[in-house]
Design a protein around this ligand. Sequence first.
Ligand SMILES: Nc1ncnc2c1ncn2[C@@H]1O[C@H](COP(=O)(O)OP(=O)(O)OP(=O)(O)O)[C@@H](O)[C@H]1O
Length: 201
Amino acid sequence: MRITNLEKTIGKFHMEVNDFYIEPGKIHGIVGPNGCGKTVFLKMLAGIITPDKGILDYEGLSSRDITMMSQQPYLMHTSVYENLIYPLKIRGTRPDEDEIDEMLNRVGLREQKNQYARSLSSGERQKLSFLRAVIFKPKLIMVDETLSNLDSESEEMFVGIISEIQKERPITWLIVNHQMDHIYQLCDEIHYMEKGRFVKK
Ligand SMILES: Nc1ncnc2c1ncn2[C@@H]1O[C@H](COP(=O)(O)OP(=O)(O)OP(=O)(O)O)[C@@H](O)[C@H]1O
């Protein structure tokens, strides 16, 4: 995916990205201080915010191939299972029950499968939101700080799951955080953002 001459002004905040290439099949980290524009950038790629100008070339990816995990995952007023299969349902895909059970097991949510999703702890919600994002096998996943609030054991688990996914069927990841953490060991490339621009470090 290539981003060219992108500009966006929101109040006092101004973003300018002249030429940014996201190599497919790789794990990209985006790091930068609070308020530098990481979320705004992801939202523009996800089509949630419209840029003032610039070209976003998705190189053949359609909106069905892209998913964004936001900082505060939206969970429906249903069970963990129903939340999990929702993206499959709206695409008319039948869930692979064995795969779902295995994934729930991996992240330690198997026993909560039929629990009301909104009663999960914040870390468990993040795990559910992560599974929901990967389960319909998108080609581009954007992760907005979702993995930044986990205990180190859970973080290691995610590093394991992401590496496995990459080995089986590489997808493109954009993982955002305001600090370097273990997730970044995974990254093939790290991009630094400051005050609405990508900078070299
Ligand atoms: N709807 C909005 N109205 C006004 N200002 C906004 C709006 N959305 C974002 N901004 C401003 O744009 C700037 C970039 O915000 P953004 O959420 O992208 O930062 P971030 O890098 O993701 O920060 P953090 O690490 O704190 O999540 C901030 O100064 C923010 O206040």
